[in-house]
Design a protein around this ligand. Structure first.
Ligand code: C5P
Length: 397
């Protein structure tokens, strides 16, 4: 069981998604965790402490002045032996309290007095989530090291649709397991590239690849979860930086190449997920090109540097992982790419499965053959890839 003996404190705040905390508790207890529950007054309006007590198998805590705690030191005592606090659901109000270090009830006091990591799963109306104040508070707690799980987009209890829905219990349980898993890459430095590159044609037009950056960002996040020091070199994407990851933004393949050359020495692992444009325009126009009706336009293209092949060929090269998006015949293409770029491991997926989606299906190819990571959310596959890497990295590297 993934969480055997792990000591968790689950905090519930007032929100309709509080009912999902019941299902989460059941899952956590089933995977072996010792779950202590604290609820705010608001949470008890949505779900009763009796329910949470029955599911966690332990008395539930709701009151800063609870006489059960000796010396009235509940805010310190209740979280002292815990390995993680998870606030599920976390209301906009509670996130605002965390951002400002307020401690006017039991749960906020426990969070402020903690020594362990804190995860929050936001749950609120889309407008409340998008409000500038909430976004400021979320950015603040993220900077303070709090792990934010979600929110997801979709139908809301209030009838509106959008971001703010709490993640499903299974996803939150997986995030908690990942946070508490042994740090398989502790002490390792991992460099990841992600997203597309943009090659200018003129000041307003570019040649690019379809790439959301989601897979590369998931790899960076999973590597950080596994204890690695992660640098993420990213082409233009609309994604938030994973917590704890150092991100460098670039636009063109040449810029990505320069950033990688700087960061690669000293890295233990290089995971090249970026969809680097193979070609760039030889002479981009300094002025916007005008359309001339009826006339074809010729662009002279020249090859971009192959960043992965360069790193793989470096003296003391990090362990290199290439990504291959193919439209067919994964095994043959992966074998060719491994040989051509001289990389030990290729993660291959079908382009039609991978581009822009949240899910993917990945197969790994290395000297030992094929390893199927199966199909699933990109973050799940990224965690499996990182677990595989931890198993094959040369010791001492
Ligand atoms: O485009 P291709 O299929 O060759 O990409 C395979 C791998 O090589 C990917 O990991 C990609 O990030 C990397 N690559 C690169 N520089 C290029 C082209 C691809 O690093 N110019």
């Amino acid at each position: 069981m993934a969480l055997t003996g792990k000591k968790l404190l689950l905090g519930l705040t007032g929100g309709i998604a509080a009912y999902k905390a019941a299902e989460l508790t059941r899952r956590l207890v089933k995977s072996g965790a010792d779950v202590r529950v604290a609820m705010t007054d608001g949470a008890t309006r949505f779900i009763t402490p009796v329910t949470m007590q029955a599911l966690s198998g332990q008395p539930v805590w709701t009151d800063l002045w609870d006489p059960r705690v000796s010396d009235a030191m509940g805010h310190i005592e209740l979280s002292r032996d815990r390995e993680l606090i998870a606030v599920v659901p976390a209301s906009a109000d509670f996130i605002a309290k965390l951002a400002n270090g307020l401690a006017d009830d039991l749960l906020s006091s426990l969070c402020l007095a903690r020594r362990c990591p804190l995860l929050v799963a936001p749950s609120m109306n889309v407008e409340m989530w998008q409000n500038a104040a909430t976004q400021r508070n979320v950015a603040q707690i993220r900077e303070d090291g709090v792990v934010i799980a979600g929110p997801a987009a979709g139908d809301q209890a209030c009838g509106e649709i959008g971001l703010g829905r709490m993640l499903e219990p299974a996803q939150i349980a997986a995030d908690i397991e990942a946070l508490l898993a042994p740090k398989a890459l502790a002490g390792k430095r991992v460099l990841v590239t992600a997203g597309p590159t943009q090659e200018p044609v003129d000041p307003v037009r570019v040649i690019t690849n379809s790439s959301s950056g989601k897979m590369g960002y998931a790899v960076a996040r999973a590597a950080h979860e596994a204890g690695a020091k992660v640098t993420l070199i990213s082409g233009p994407v609309a994604l938030a930086t994973p917590p704890g990851v150092a991100r460098i933004d670039v636009r063109t393949a040449e810029e990505m190449f320069a950033a990688v050359k700087k960061a690669a020495p000293g890295s233990d692992v290089f995971v090249s997920v970026a969809a680097v444009a193979d070609y760039k325009v030889k002479h981009p126009s300094p002025r916007k090109l005008k359309k001339v009706n009826g006339r074809a336009v010729n662009l002279e293209l020249v090859e971009n540097p192959d960043i992965l092949a360069y790193v793989a060929g470096m003296k003391n090269a990090p362990y290199c992982v290439g990504f291959a998006a193919e439209s067919e015949d994964l095994a043959r293409n992966a074998a060719e790419k491994r040989a051509k770029k001289n990389v030990p491991l290729i993660a291959a997926n079908l382009a039609q499965d991978a581009v822009g989606t949240d899910d993917n299906a990945i197969k790994l190819y290395d000297a030992r053959g094929e390893h199927d990571l199966g199909r699933g959310p990109k973050l799940e596959l990224a965690r499996k890839l990182i677990a595989h890497l931890a198993g094959v990295l040369p010791s001492g590297k």
